[in-house]
Design a protein around this ligand. Structure first.
Ligand code: ASP
Ligand code: MG
Length: 450
C-alpha cells in the first residue's frame, strides 16, 4: 500500500447530527484516512446507561419512552442523510436487539455486567452504520467497509472496563484487514469482545483508547483525534481568553498536562500510540481550518513553559510526628497507608517532623484512610486549594525562571510548591480564590512574554 496509514477517530459531537457526520466524512476524505473509528452519537451512551438501569428496575413505561427517544434521534439522521435501505434495515435490527435486551432485563429485574456492556455497544454500532453510509457517498471512488471492532479489539472479560489483549489485537489486525489503497474501514470505538465472543467495553470515553489500540495494531503512521475543541491550548481559554492552540507537544508534556488537570487526552488513552511512537494529531472537526495540536516523541521547539494547568478541589494533608525526627521508615509507613487505600498522592514536601501531601479533595471522604493516618501521627487538613502547574522543558535547571515566576505573582501566598522531580513541571498550591489571577499573570509573563 503506498498511502500513509491514517487512523481518524471522531468523537460523539462529531457524530452528533447528519451535518456533523458529513463534516467528519469530508475530513476523512481530505486526509485519505484508512481506518475511521467513531463514538456513539453525543449523549447516547448516557441514555443507554439510564435505559439499562430503568429496565433493571422493571420501569417499562420509562424505558419505552427513552428507547423511542434514542430511535428517533438516529432515524432523524438517516432521514436527513438519505441513508440506504440496507443501512436503515441494519439500524432497525439494532433497535429490535435493544428492545429484546431491555425486555429481558426488565423481566428478570437483573442487569448483569455482561448485558450492560452489550447494551452500551449499541451506541457505537448504531452511529458507525449510519456513518459508513455517509462515507460511502462522500467517497464514491473508494471501497468503504464497515468493520466490527469486536473482530479486532480482543479484551479480557472485565465487563465495564475491559483490558485489551495487545498481542491478539495485533494478530487480528494483520489477519483481518486488507491493505489496499482503495479501501477505507469504518469501525466502532469503545467496544471489543472477549475470547468467548462476548461484547465488552473499554470504559467511559474509551473510543480514544480504541483508536490508539487500532493504530498500534495496524502500525499506523498517524493517529488523528477529532473532537469539538481545536487542539490543546496553552491554558484553559475560559480563564485566559488569549490562550493559544499549542502546535506541538511532546508525549511527556502531554502526559504532565493531563496529570495536572488539563482536559486533554489522558496519557493512558494514547499509550498504545506512544509505545509505537505514532504521532497523534488533535483537532476540531467543527473548525478544522484552525489547525490543531501534534503530540509526538520529538518536537522542534522546547520552550521552558509551554502551558499552564490547574487542578481544582485540592486539599493539603499535613502529617506531623516527632517520631520522624532522626528516624527512618516513617515515610514508608505513611505512603503505605495511601497505597493500601489506593489513593494517589500528587505533590509532597517534607521537613524534619512533617510531611505535606496534596490530594484531590474527594480523597478526604475516605474516612478509613484519615483514621489510619491519625493512628500514626497528627493530621491536619486544609481545603479550598488549587494546584497550578507550569508545564514545559528543563524547568528544574533553567536559571532565571524562578525569579520570573515569583516576581509575576509576588503578592500571592503560595502554600506549597514542588520542583525538581521532573524536568517538565513546576507545581504550586494556591488558594482557590487566587488561582484565576495567578494563571493570568503567569500566562502573560511566561507564555505571552509580556
Ligand atoms: N461512547 C462512549 C462514551 O460516551 C465512548 C466514547 O465516546 O469515547 O463513554
Ligand atoms: Mg468522547
Amino acid at each position: 500500500m503506498s498511502r500513509q496509514i491514517i487512523v481518524s477517530k471522531f468523537g460523539g459531537t462529531s457524530m452528533g447530527s447528519c451535518e456533523a457526520m458529513k463534516r467528519s466524512a469530508q475530513i476523512a476524505k481530505k486526509f485519505d484516512s484508512y481506518l475511521v473509528i467513531v463514538s456513539a452519537t453525543s449523549g447516547t451512551t448516557d441514555q443507554l446507561i439510564a435505559l439499562a438501569k430503568m429496565a433493571s428496575k422493571g420501569q417499562m413505561d420509562e424505558s419505552k419512552a427513552l428507547m423511542t427517544e434514542i430511535q428517533n434521534k438516529h432515524r432523524k439522521i438517516t432521514e436527513e442523510a438519505r441513508s440506504s435501505t440496507d443501512t436503515v434495515q441494519i439500524l432497525e435490527g439494532f433497535f429490535t436487539e435493544l428492545d429484546l435486551l431491555v425486555q429481558n432485563i426488565a423481566l428478570l429485574r437483573e442487569l448483569t455486567p455482561r448485558a450492560n456492556d452489550h447494551i452500551l455497544s449499541l451506541g457505537e454500532r448504531m452511529s458507525s452504520v449510519i456513518f459508513k453510509d455517509i462515507m460511502t457517498k462522500t467517497l464514491p471512488d473508494k471501497e468503504v467497509r464497515l468493520l466490527d471492532a469486536r473482530s479486532i479489539i480482543r479484551t479480557d472479560s472485565h465487563y465495564g472496563r475491559a483490558i485489551p489483549l495487545i498481542e491478539d489485537i495485533g494478530k487480528n489486525s494483520a489477519e483481518k484487514l486488507d491493505r489496499h489503497d482503495n479501501i477505507v474501514y469504518v469501525s466502532q470505538g469503545f467496544i471489543g469482545a472477549d475470547r468467548e465472543g462476548n461484547t465488552t467495553v473499554l470504559g467511559r470515553g474509551g473510543s480514544d483508547y480504541s483508536a490508539a489500540l487500532f493504530a498500534e495494531g495496524i502500525r499506523a503512521n498517524v493517529l488523528q483525534i477529532w473532537t469539538d475543541v481545536a487542539g490543546v491550548a496553552t491554558t484553559d481559554p475560559r480563564i485566559v481568553p488569549t490562550a493559544k492552540i499549542i502546535p506541538e507537544l511532546s508525549y511527556e508534556e502531554a502526559a504532565e498536562m493531563a496529570q495536572y488537570g488539563a482536559k486533554i487526552l489522558h496519557p493512558a488513552t494514547i499509550a498504545p500510540a506512544v509505545r509505537c511512537e505514532i504521532p497523534v494529531f488533535v483537532s476540531s472537526s467543527f473548525h478544522d481550518s484552525l489547525g490543531g495540536t501534534w503530540i509526538r516523541k520529538v518536537v522542534k521547539e522546547q520552550p521552558t513553559v509551554r502551558a499552564i494547568t490547574k487542578r481544582n478541589k485540592q486539599a493539603l494533608v499535613t502529617i506531623t510526628t516527632p517520631k520522624m525526627f532522626n528516624a527512618f521508615g516513617f515515610m514508608s509507613e505513611i505512603f503505605g497507608i495511601f497505597a493500601k487505600h489506593r489513593i494517589s498522592v500528587d505533590c509532597v514536601t517534607t521537613s524534619e517532623i512533617a510531611v505535606a501531601i496534596t490530594v484531590d479533595l474527594a480523597t478526604l471522604d475516605h474516612k478509613k484512610l484519615i483514621d489510619e493516618l491519625k493512628e500514626v501521627a497528627r493530621v491536619e487538613i486544609d481545603a479550598d486549594y488549587e494546584l497550578i502547574s507550569l508545564i514545559g522543558n528543563d524547568l528544574h535547571i533553567r536559571p532565571k525562571i524562578a525569579k520570573k515566576i515569583f516576581s509575576a505573582i509576588e503578592d500571592t501566598n503560595i502554600r506549597m510548591m514542588s520542583l525538581g522531580a521532573s524536568a517538565h513541571n513546576f507545581n504550586f498550591l494556591v488558594k482557590e480564590s487566587d488561582s484565576v489571577s495567578v494563571i493570568n499573570k503567569l500566562h502573560k509573563t511566561l507564555i505571552e512574554g509580556l
